[in-house]
Design a protein around this ligand. Structure first.
Ligand code: LRH
Ligand code: MN
Ligand code: MN
Length: 430
C-alpha cells in the first residue's frame, strides 16, 4: 500500500480554517454586493474552471547547467499520475493531465488511463517530442525534425507524431500539441522559406491523419534552442500554418515564448477573432522562456490575458474553446506545491477578470473615458478573491489551504521512503 492523503485528513485540516474563511467570504461578499457583483456567481465560476497540469511538471526540472532532484521524485508516469492526483485532490482545479511522449511512454495505456481515473483524472492534449533524440532512434534531430533537410528524418518525425495520436486515442485525448526546436544558429545555415515549406508538408501529413474530432495545436517559440531563427517563431508563422492547414489546426500560446514586453493579450485577442486560439501553456517569465510559476512574476499580465478570455467567453465569441494547460519547470521548489499554487493563480486571474462589468466597461470605452476604463480593469485586478477560491475548493471537498494541508500530510516524506531510487531518475527535461 502506498501513502495517500485521506478525505478525513483534509476535513480535519479544513475544520481549523472554516470559521476564518466564513468571515472573509462574508466580508468579500458584502464588498462585491456594493459593486453589483454576486459572490455566489463568482464562486460557481471558480468551481467550473479547470486547467491541465503537465505530466513533466511534477518532476524537478533543471537548467542546462544542473538539475537538483528533490526527495521522492516520481520514477515513472504512474508515480507522476499519483502526484497529479494530489494536486487535484487538494486544489480541485486540475482534473486533467497533459502527457509528453516519449517521456510518458508505457506498454499498457489502458492501465495508465485507469490509474488516472482512480484519481478522477483524464488526459488533455498529447505533446510530441522531436526536440530530443529518443533512445534507439535511427536518425538524429540535431539539425531539425519536421523541417530537416533530409526527407528520411522528416518522415521519422512525422511517424512519431502519428504514434502520439495513437497513444492519445488510447488515453482518451483529442488534441496533439506540436512544438519543434527546428531553426538555425547561423545566418546562412538554413533557407528560411524552404524550412517553412518543409514544415507545411510534414504538418499536412500529420493533419490528414487526425481523427475526426481531433485538433492539432501549433506552438510557436521565438528562440531556444535555435538562437538565430526558429521555423515557427511567432504567432504570425503559427497563424499562417494553421490557416493553410484547416479548421482542426490552431495556435497555442505559451506565455514564455515571446520577446520581452510583447503584448500577449493582444495576440490572444487577435487569435480569438480569427477562431484560431488553441489554448495556452501557462507559466511566468522575467527574461525569456524561464518557465517560472504562473503569476509569480507578473500577475497583471496573466490577468490581462484572462481579461480577453473572459470577454470572449461572455460574449460567446464563435469557435472559442481554448485548452488551458500549465507548462513550467520547477527547479528549486517542491513541484507539487508549485503546481497547486500556479493553478490557484491562474484560477484567480479568471475570477478577477470575471468581476468586470462588461457593459459598464463598453460604455466608458464608447465615451473615450480613458481612466474610467482603466480603473474598472484595475479595480478587478486589485480585488483579493482568495476567499472565493478557498470556498470553491471547500465546496468541492478540496483543501481550504492546500499547500499547508499538503505539508501537514507528510506526502513528500512518505514518497521519499516509497521511491528510494527517485533521485537519479530523469523526470523529463534535465
Ligand atoms: C518548449 C516547450 C514545449 C515543450 C515543453 C517541454 O520550450 O514549451 O511546450 O513541449 O517546453
Ligand atoms: Mn510550452
Ligand atoms: Mn517553453
Amino acid at each position: 500500500m502506498t501513502f495517500s492523503i485521506s478525505a478525513d485528513f483534509i476535513g480535519a485540516q479544513n475544520r481549523k480554517a472554516e470559521a476564518a474563511l466564513a468571515e472573509d467570504y462574508a466580508a468579500l461578499g458584502r464588498q462585491l454586493e456594493r459593486r453589483g457583483v454576486d459572490i455566489e456567481k463568482m464562486t460557481a465560476r471558480a468551481m467550473a474552471y479547470a486547467v491541465a497540469v503537465p505530466s513533466w511538471g511534477v518532476g524537478t526540472g533543471g537548467t542546462r547547467f544542473a538539475r537538483f532532484p528533490g526527495p521522492g521524485e516520481p520514477r515513472n508516469v504512474f508515480d507522476k499520475i499519483d502526484d497529479c492526483g494530489v494536486i487535484h485532490q487538494l486544489g480541485r482545479v486540475t482534473p486533467t493531465v497533459s502527457p509528453h511522449i516519449p517521456w510518458d511512454k508505457v506498454d499498457d495505456y489502458s492501465a495508465l488511463r485507469q490509474k488516472a481515473a482512480s484519481h478522477d483524472l483524464t488526459f488533455d492534449a498529447v505533446n510530441s517530442n522531436s526536440f530530443q533524440d529518443a533512445k534507439g532512434q535511427k536518425l538524429s534531430y540535431k539539425f531539425g525534425s519536421l523541417t530537416h533537410a533530409d526527407p528520411g528524418t522528416r518522415a521519422q518525425a512525422v511517424e512519431h507524431n502519428l504514434e502520439c495520436i495513437e497513444i492519445g486515442r488510447k488515453l482518451g485525448s483529442s488534441a496533439l500539441t506540436v512544438w519543434i526546436a527546428d531553426g538555425s544558429n547561423f545566418p546562412g545555415q538554413s533557407n528560411l522559406n524552404a524550412a517553412f515549406d518543409r514544415y507545411m508538408a510534414s504538418l499536412r501529413e500529420i493533419y490528414d491523419a487526425l481523427p475526426k474530432d481531433w485538433s492539432v495545436f501549433l506552438e510557436h517559440k521565438l528562440y531556444e534552442p535555435a538562437f538565430y531563427s526558429t521555423v515557427i517563431s511567432d504567432w504570425g508563422s503559427s497563424f499562417m500554418a494553421a490557416s493553410e492547414l484547416g479548421p482542426k489546426a490552431k495556435c497555442l500560446v505559451d506565455l514564455g515564448h515571446h520577446a520581452p514586453n510583447t503584448n500577449i493579450e493582444q495576440i490572444v485577442a487577435r487569435l480569438i477573432r480569427a477562431q484560431k486560439l488553441a489554448g495556452f501553456h501557462f507559466n511566468d517569465s522575467k527574461y525569456g522562456d524561464d518557465d517560472l510559476d504562473s503569476g509569480s512574476v507578473d500577475p497583471f499580465r496573466l490577468f490581462l490575458v484572462f481579461n480577453e478570455l473572459v470577454d470572449a467567453e461572455l460574449r460567446k465569441a464563435p469557435g472559442f474553446n481554448p485548452a488551458y494547460m500549465i507548462d513550467q519547470s520547477h527547479n528549486v521548489t517542491d513541484p507539487i506545491e508549485s503546481l497547486i499554487q500556479s493553478a490557484n493563480e491562474i484560477q484567480r486571474a479568471y475570477v478577477q477578470a470575471s468581476l468586470i462589468d462588461r457593459a459598464v466597461l463598453a460604455a466608458v470605452q464608447a465615451e473615450s473615458d480613458v481612466l474610467g476604463g482603466h480603473l474598472l480593469v484595475k479595480q478587478a485586478f486589485v480585488t483579493d478573491v482568495s476567499p472565493v477560491l478557498a470556498e470553491a475548493r471547500r465546496r468541492k471537498s478540496g483543501a481550504i489551504d492546500p499547500i499547508a494541508t499538503y505539508r501537514a500530510s507528510g506526502y513528500r516524506r512518505h514518497k521519499a521512503e516509497e521511491r528510494p531510487d527517485s533521485g537519479t531518475a530523469s523526470a523529463g527535461i534535465v
